[in-house]
Ligand binder design. Structure first.
Ligand code: GDP
Ligand code: MG
Length: 365
């Protein structure tokens, strides 16, 4: 009450009187919850806002400041978007099956929500959730995860509502678009019509004098995939994507679930630094020390550098997809930050009715 008085510029006595009017007896050192505080503030014509979760993290871990000389090239992170049935899943499957070598995979590929492929000795990281889901969950939390969006457009169907939505979302997120003109094997394929329709939405293909790369592919026949991946690398090189591998890791939770035997399991994308087994980490209200890490090929690993997706074990609870994770200085800091975020979350749940937000709101805010 005393602190609130200080913040609001009213005396503690006035706050106590205010509470008494509502039938609550309180003293100057009493702790009150956010709801009550917000109500009191309103009575004094002051609007209070909840400190955002991100601020707590920022307060604890700060912004990344790297010297140019410490930065090294990192693989691009790619998401596949497009209208339903245009072939997003088929394309992701085709790329995974043709570009994850048998030696690497040991015959099987793990589905951990993201995977990396190698082409011409370089790596590309794909988010394995097609469509808006992955992208939206990330963006909802303010995380900028992806560098490049592959926009899948079926050559026999052309630009459709979700194609346009995807274009808008990628643009709003400042993500480079590469068009994969899919299903070119089909009889009804009409690439020129698709290019025309794309131009109506601001994507002018290179052969028409624009700067949109458009690669004809067939996910089913596995044609054009190498060219598509080469183009991804080209765009990524132009983007000069870099990160400092020699710092405490931070990144984003891609997906998470509770595993019966292993406890909370999360797939994370390291965005800066190198994540290591034994690191104390915090992701929202979840925290813990990394007990084990498994890569997208099912191999046990000890380290994961920038743009690497990896599955981690050792968290106290299941984190939320889209949450940032941070390596803390020690176990204690990780726990304290998580506890503060948890406390804040509880207050937020009591104090606010959840608002329904549409996809487009998220991308235009
Ligand atoms: P998504 O909804 O965008 O994930 O699309 P899917 O990958 O599920 O594909 C939708 C349908 O299109 C499936 O029946 C696929 O077999 C088919 N399909 C996908 N890619 C191709 C392609 O390159 N050629 C042909 N002929 N069919 C395709
Ligand atoms: Mg699909």
């Amino acid at each position: 009450i005393k602190n609130l008085g200080g913040l609001l510029g009213v005396s503690a006595t006035d706050i106590i009187k205010n509470l008494m009017k509502k039938g609550k007896i309180a003293n100057i050192n009493q702790e009150i919850d956010y709801d009550t505080a917000a109500q009191i503030a309103e009575d004094f014509d002051i609007l209070v806002e909840m400190e955002e979760e991100k601020d707590l993290m920022e307060e604890a871990f700060g912004e990344i400041v790297d010297n140019e000389k410490d930065l090294v090239e990192r693989p691009p992170v790619v998401v596949v978007m497009g209208h339903v049935d245009h072939g997003k899943t088929s394309l992701l499957d085709a790329i995974r099956s043709t570009h994850v070598t048998a030696k690497e995979a040991g015959g099987i590929t793990q589905h951990i929500g993201a995977y990396s492929v190698s082409i011409s000795g370089k790596k590309i990281t794909f988010l394995d959730t097609p469509g808006h889901e992955a992208f939206t969950a990330m963006r909802m939390r303010g995380a900028q995860v992806t560098d490049i969006a592959i926009l899948v457009v079926a050559a026999d169907d052309g630009v459709m509502p979700q194609t346009i939505e995807a274009i808008n979302h990628a643009k709003a997120a400042n993500v480079q678009i590469i068009v994969a003109m899919n299903k070119i094997d089909k009889v009804g394929a009409n690439p020129d019509r698709v290019k025309q329709e794309l131009s109506e939405h601001g994507l002018i293909v290179e052969e028409w004098g624009g700067d949109t790369i458009c690669v004809p592919v067939s996910a089913i026949k596995k044609e054009g995939l190498d060219t598509l991946l080469e183009m991804v690398l080209l765009v990524s090189e132009m983007g000069d994507l870099k990160a400092n591998p020699n710092r405490k890791a931070r990144g984003t939770i891609i997906e998470a679930q509770l595993d019966k035997g292993r406890g909370p399991v999360a797939t994370v994308l390291v965005q800066s630094g190198t994540l290591q087994v034994g690191d104390p980490i915090v992701a929202g209200a979840s925290y813990g020390r990394i007990r084990a890490m498994v890569d997208d090929k099912g191999r046990i690993v000890k380290k994961a550098g920038p743009s690497t997706p990896v599955e981690i074990l050792g968290l106290s609870e299941v984190p939320t997809a889209g949450d940032m994770f941070y390596v803390a200085n020690n176990d204690k800091q990780a726990r304290q930050v998580a506890e503060r975020i948890k406390a804040q979350g509880r207050v937020q749940m009591m104090g606010q009715t959840p608002q329904k937000v549409s996809l487009d709101d998220l991308f235009t805010q």
